[in-house]
Ligand binder design. Structure first.
Ligand SMILES: NC(=O)c1ccc[n+]([C@@H]2O[C@H](COP(=O)([O-])OP(=O)(O)OC[C@H]3O[C@@H](n4cnc5c(N)ncnc54)[C@H](OP(=O)(O)O)[C@@H]3O)[C@@H](O)[C@H]2O)c1
Length: 287
């Protein structure tokens, strides 16, 4: 298959590059809006450029790792977020090829206290969540055979993320307050890339919305303690604080755990526990 991967310079896009080496039977086209090594330039909001790329390279499948992911900035510039997270999905979905797209736990309100299923009602509370939900709808309207994987709390050895920030702060500060009233599942982007390849390599194409994160749950506070322990950081005292004590610009969901039963049952796989994913990522960061 000829596979077009968008947003290849991001966390997930880079993990797709790494894992693609284990799947050499396909031809990959790694693209992003910013020039980088081994990356074709492709802005997913540019309909003409996308159509031309798909046609010239006879693309069979698009894996969309591109997104506007800055939750706070999206509040100030929802129009740009909408262009990238929603309008572009009509473009990608309108190419007449298969699409695997990545969405978010932010489509839910985060007010429930049970893991969210794919069939649960959505109620995005942020501009980012609204644009990502709109993207799901736009994609399914033109490409009902698409696969959408909703994920959460993504981190990787690539890009900036919570794990790297906590390692840096742990080294700089002797104390740190981290929220313990937001519960979710840290997800190693390499494991999400593995999930995407599970979909790609499945003998039967199984369209639909799926939830995929690592297994288990924790708070950002617990996550930080695990990061510091694995990084050997001993001189920073981490205290649990409430969300209201932290000056969030944008409200964050209190409970954003996703139920992954559908993915596991459909593809017959088990999913790694979040701490296991973190350990593998930390090895990559410290090697
Ligand atoms: N990060 C999380 O915690 C999280 C949680 C839930 C779901 N997700 C979803 O998971 C997916 C992957 O996230 P990620 O963390 O890997 O994102 P990321 O690191 O921010 O990477 C996204 C990439 O897309 C690029 N991009 C932005 N606009 C583009 C455009 N118009 N055309 C082509 N590329 C463009 C970005 O470039 P610039 O950096 O130059 O803008 C960046 O390289 C996204 O769909 C995201 O919504 C992420």
């Amino acid at each position: 298959m000829n596979i077009l991967i968008t947003g290849s310079n991001g966390q997930l896009g880079n993990e797709m590059r790494v894992l693609s080496k284990l799947h050499p039977s396909h031809r990959y086209f790694f693209t992003d809006v910013v020039e980088a090594e081994n990356t074709y330039l492709l802005d997913i909001t540019d309909m003409k450029a996308v159509s031309q790329f798909v046609e010239e390279e006879t693309i069979d499948l698009i894996v969309n790792c591109a997104a506007y992911t800055n939750v706070d900035k999206a509040e100030e510039d929802e129009a740009t977020a909408m262009k990238i997270n929603a309008d572009a999905l009509s473009i990608l979905g309108g190419q007449g090829v298969r699409v695997i797209h990545v969405s978010t736990d932010y489509v839910f309100s985060g007010d429930e206290h049970m893991p969210c299923r794919e069939t649960d009602s959505v109620a995005p509370r942020t501009a980012y969540g609204r644009t990502k939900y709109e993207g799901e709808k736009r994609l399914l309207a033109v490409c009902p055979e698409a696969v959408i994987l909703r994920t959460a709390w993504l981190y990787s050895t690539f890009g900036n993320n919570f794990v790297k920030t906590m390692i840096r702060l742990g080294k700089e500060k002797d104390q740190l307050g981290v929220v313990f009233d937001q519960i979710g599942t840290p997800t190693y982007a390499a494991d999400l890339a593995w999930a995407i390849f599970t979909v790609i390599e499945s003998p039967v194409w199984r369209p639909g919305i799926y939830h995929f994160t690592n297994e288990g749950v924790c708070s950002w506070y617990d996550f930080t303690l695990a990061i510091h322990e694995l990084a050997g950081i001993k001189d920073c005292r981490v205290s649990p604080i409430l969300s209201e004590e932290y000056a969030y610009k944008t409200p964050r969901p209190h409970y954003s755990v996703l139920d992954k039963s559908k993915f596991k049952k459909t593809f017959g796989v088990e999913i790694p526990y979040w701490l296991d994913g973190l350990k593998r990522c930390m090895r990559g960061l410290t090697d």
